[in-house]
Design a protein around this ligand. Structure first.
Ligand SMILES: Nc1nc2c(c(=O)[nH]1)N=C([C@H](O)[C@@H](O)CO)CN2
Length: 118
């Protein structure tokens, strides 16, 4: 299975378990690897058979901007569901990072894999 990816998609959102976090917007970063056979797109040189990473990115930006979850787990899971269901992606690996959330660490977060990898 080939992979179409998006790296370090940064979006401001309401995220966190503490009262002060409910009153501000914080930046999260998303890395996304999506299983996709790219041969048809390469053979035709047409976007019709490609997995359009711009369309995926725009959809996720809109969703994450409007979200108000407490946990990175919830945001990651729901973002993954959107990609699987709306873009016919059979498998994905998604890293959701929250930069600066833990003093001394660059970022924290979750990595999930969903779907069936061919
Ligand atoms: N597994 C998780 N642990 C923690 C989360 C989370 O979303 N998932 N969130 C927080 C706080 O919101 C923290 O990011 C504030 O700095 C703590 N632990």
């Amino acid at each position: 299975m080939d992979i179409v990816y998006i790296r370090d998609l940064r979006v401001d959102t309401v995220i966190g378990i503490f009262d002060w976090e409910r009153r501000i917007r914080q930046t999260v970063s998303l890395d996304l690897e999506m299983g996709w056979d790219i041969r048809a797109a390469a053979a035709t040189d047409g976007i019709e058979t490609a997995l359009d990473y711009k369309a995926v990115g725009k959809r996720l930006i809109a969703f994450i901007r409007a979200a108000e979850f407490q946990l990175v787990e919830t945001l990651a899971e729901q973002a993954a569901t959107i990609v699987l269901n709306e873009f016919q992606v059979p498998w994905l690996r998604l890293r959701l990072s929250k930069p600066g959330a833990l003093r001394g660490a660059r970022d924290v977060g979750v990595v999930i894999e969903r779907g069936q990898r061919a």
